[in-house]
Write a protein that binds this ligand. Structure first.
Ligand code: ADP
Ligand code: MN
Length: 399
């Protein structure tokens, strides 16, 4: 059997239930989940590519118990996205095998008790199913993370009265009520001058009570400012503005996609991640900019002297960062492509190099435990409310 010790607790979650796992490389995020979340991911990746591009890459599901045949796992992980690298596929299968070994070991220890896979006994969701996702923090040196829980209304149609009342009471006294989102959790590298406010990895961690009790409609912009601007870690005004602008571009894209999708999501989140070490962030932007430049030069070489041929636009969304602003070496505006954030598909020769670049930022929609597709019913205005408020806030931060 593979070594079950290979799977390890995922330590960067800023909110949500315990019991999430990652593999040793950290490329995967494995989360026990309800069937509804799996269904939502499956449908997104099968039928709604624009929407799927807002989500972490979905690799498949794992159903784990002592009866699981380790050799069958390659079939159990139907890798839907063709553009995933072979390395990532192999990694997924390897991590899955390790997870099964863990389930078997637990089962043996429990002497034939309930064999459902429970990576953490405290986990409230009774499930043997997990989603296997791209770990959105992979490739960052010091990821700063903010989980913004979307919606004014936080409960789905199937919620019992008690839950509706409890969640409505929370919404009423938090920015869910005033802005349609609240900070469910946040972590900022070197986010305080006081050593006692930092964890052992030098992060200031804001737990769920922060967004419930300390953040309100009057201070919310200032609180998000603490996430984006952090001179202690070398993220000065210029660098912070560049990151705010990058998030702003992505937020606008999220609003556009949601406006054209027919979903209802309750308590889904926008997960903001960016490089929290100022020096690493600057270096990553410079590298991305010079890569972008050389890649354009390659394309120009390909079309020879024919100046009439218009250069191809970069794949997907783009954002413009003023490279001089961040490097002082490279002049002019350079178009920095989607790879600032996301995995890239296609067969371009640049792709390998692209995926090896250090990460700058990422914005992803997550947590679909209470999400469904509702054809014919129009856009999800409840979630859009929060996205639009965030757009306004990031407009302010980017100025
Ligand atoms: P829950 O249903 O327990 O609330 P979520 O899907 O909201 O689960 O995830 C909880 C936390 O885990 C998030 O706040 C985020 O910090 C982290 N997380 C979720 N999905 C990913 C992912 N794909 N990659 C990295 N971290 C993630
Ligand atoms: Mn959540």
């Amino acid at each position: 059997l593979p070594n079950h010790a290979d799977l390890q607790p995922y330590n960067h979650a800023v909110a949500g239930h315990d019991g999430t796992l990652s593999d040793p490389n950290g490329e995967l995020f494995i989360k026990p989940c309800v069937q509804q979340e799996i269904k939502f991911y499956e449908e997104a990746f099968e039928k709604h590519p624009d929407f799927a591009s807002l989500m972490p890459v979905y690799l498949g599901t794992l159903s784990l118990n002592s009866a699981t045949d380790v050799e069958s796992l390659e079939e159990q992980l139907p890798v839907i996205a063709d553009h995933l690298s072979q390395g990532l596929k192999e990694e997924a299968v390897r991590a899955a095998k390790a997870a099964v070994a863990e389930a078997v070991a637990e089962d043996a220890a429990g002497q034939g008790e309930d064999v459902r896979w429970k990576p953490n006994k405290n986990r409230k969701i009774p499930t043997n199913q997990s989603v296997v996702l791209e770990n959105t923090t992979y490739g960052f040196k010091k990821p700063n993370i903010l989980d913004a829980k979307l919606g004014q209304r936080l409960w789905a149609d199937d919620a019992p009265t008690e839950k509706r009342q409890r969640f409505d009471a929370i919404s009423k006294v938090t920015t869910n009520g005033s802005h349609g989102f609240r900070i469910a959790g946040m972590r900022v590298y070197k986010g305080s001058d006081k050593p006692e406010e930092l964890d052992s990895d030098s992060y200031r961690v804001y737990k769920k009570d922060y967004g419930r009790l300390q953040v309100n409609k009057d201070n919310v912009v200032g609180e998000i400012r603490k996430f984006i601007f952090n001179a202690r870690a070398g993220i000065d005004e210029d660098l912070g503005q560049a990151i705010a602008q990058a998030f702003l571009d992505d937020l606008r894209r999220v609003a556009e996609v949601l406006s054209n999708a027919e979903t209802r999501m309750y308590s889904a989140s926008l997960l903001f991640t960016y490089e929290g070490d100022g020096e690493a962030l600057r270096a990553a932007i410079v590298e991305a900019a010079s890569f972008s430049e050389s890649s354009e030069r390659r394309k120009q070489d390909q079309v020879g002297d024919d100046k009439a041929i218009v250069m191809e636009e970069p794949v997907g969304k783009g954002t413009t960062l003023d490279a001089e602003l961040v490097s002082g070496h490279i002049e002019g505006d350079l178009r920095v492509m989607e790879f600032l954030g996301d995995a890239v598909d296609g067969e371009d020769e640049d792709d390998d190099e692209l995926s090896n670049l250090p990460r700058i930022y990422s914005l992803k929609l997550i947590d679909f435990a209470h999400a469904e597709w509702v054809p014919g019913q129009g856009p999800d205005e409840n979630s859009l409310l929060g996205v639009r408020s965030l757009i306004e806030i990031f407009e302010e931060l980017a100025r």
